[in-house]
Design a protein around this ligand. Sequence first.
Ligand SMILES: [Zn+2]
Length: 263
Amino acid sequence: MTTLRIYPIPAFRDNYIWIIHNTTSATVIDPGDAHPVLDYLQSNKLQLESILITHHHSDHTGGNGMLLDRFDVPVYGPIHETIPTVTHPLQGGDTVHLPLLSLSLAVIDVPGHTSGHIAYFGSLPGPEKKNILFCGDTLFACGCGRLFEGTPLQMYQSLQKLTDLPEDTLVYCTHEYTLSNISFARTVEPSNSDLQQFEHHANQLRNRNQATIPTNIATEKNCNPFLRCNQSEIIKMASQYAGKKLSEPLDIFIALREWKNNF
Ligand SMILES: [Zn+2]
């Protein structure tokens, strides 16, 4: 069995369009721009098999039309959002089968950033069976997406679902926000030594112009303040920011999200 490659195609200022492929076929996730995807397909002599969409924002869907002009492929996307090019609407509990890649992905509902946002989780074929997650703008390395449509509770619960995945799961999010997220995280939890190590690692990657993504669930549990709302230092700092004593994890999460919006 040929191994699958997962590659970040840079787009716009800081987006990654993820492509999964073997030597002949490819699936692309959240193609906001068709041009860099077409370039990648052409230079690697790949046929597009399908398009997966996590949510309706144009920097995740804008390339669909041009890709569909070239390739007659299914477009999978969230059932609870209006995306005209989606041919196969999905919701949590569904499974996407990608036969040319020998890959199946389970769909998880993760509302919050948008109201119908979905994520895709699966295991790569082959002896290693690496777990992979494509989560769009929900969970970022050391951060989370802004709440454009959903409620804080929805986002909090969506992030909980993702942290319940196996700790070795590789997390393929769609923006290179890591260093600025770490800068906020260090302000919120200055004594977290795992976070300091992760910053060192991320700086090294960025100095070589490499993506800091994928991250993984274990690292996020150790470093991401939005997943650490029960940590005493974060509770103290969030309470200081809010100007009142907070104790409920959801209230901590709300304070952190507001603080980050203004950071
Ligand atoms: Zn978005």
